[in-house]
Design a protein around this ligand. Structure first.
Ligand code: HEC
Length: 163
């Protein structure tokens, strides 16, 4: 192919003349390498799923390992330390309505053996978790989390009226 012929479209290109020479070998070589690398990277990317979704899911799984979501149905510990921890939760969140001694006020007495929603430790946990919104008792599950709810349930249950 001749290398000294001007293509002759300077009139379309602001007077810029152009030859139709082959690209240099080193340039074509680099171009070929980018294609090979691109294909290799695509195979690697899809083969090992490097997508943001996969990375996110892997991180969430690792976090779940490290900080497991507390189980809302885990057995409730009733040892003295748990009940004490439950008292701290009660004093902070429940006193205003159920009284410092749990004998009630805005909310009902929790020390007698009369229960609207049941007085077993599991029933207490269910009431505290889901609340009775129409009566002004909040759904504490979402506010305190399963662990604190279990502890405060143990405390309420131990408070005298537990069935
Ligand atoms: C804003 C006031 C208020 C606060 C704060 C509150 N409660 Fe209540 N609670 C109530 C009311 C009102 C009821 C009665 C619901 C009904 O009659 O159905 C109730 C009911 C209950 C019951 C069921 C009693 C039964 O007889 O079955 C339990 C258990 C209970 N609360 C525990 C707690 C605990 C534990 C906390 C703190 C985490 C708390 N409450 C905080 C107002 C409150």
């Amino acid at each position: 192919m001749p290398t000294d012929e001007i293509l002759g479209h300077a009139d379309e290109a602001d007077g810029i003349e152009e030859y139709d020479n082959a690209l240099p070998g080193w340039w074509l070589g680099l171009f070929a390498i980018t294609i090979v690398l691109g294909v290799a990277y695509a195979i690697h990317w899809f083969g090992t799923d490097q997508s943001q979704t996969a990375i996110y899911e892997a991180e969430v799984a690792a976090a779940e390992q490290q900080w497991p979501t507390p189980d809302a149905n885990a057995p409730i510990a009733t040892d003295a330390a748990s009940v004490d921890a439950g008292k701290a939760v009660y004093d902070q969140n429940c006193v205003a309505c159920h009284g410092a001694d749990m004998t009630g006020g805005i909310g009902p007495d929790l020390t007698d053996a009369e229960w609207v929603h049941g007085g077993t430790i599991e029933e207490i946990r269910a009431t505290v978790t889901d609340g009775v919104p129409e009566k002004g008792m909040l759904a504490w599950g979402a506010i305190l989390g399963p662990d604190k709810v279990a502890k405060v349930s143990a405390y309420v249950h131990a408070g005298g009226g537990g069935l």
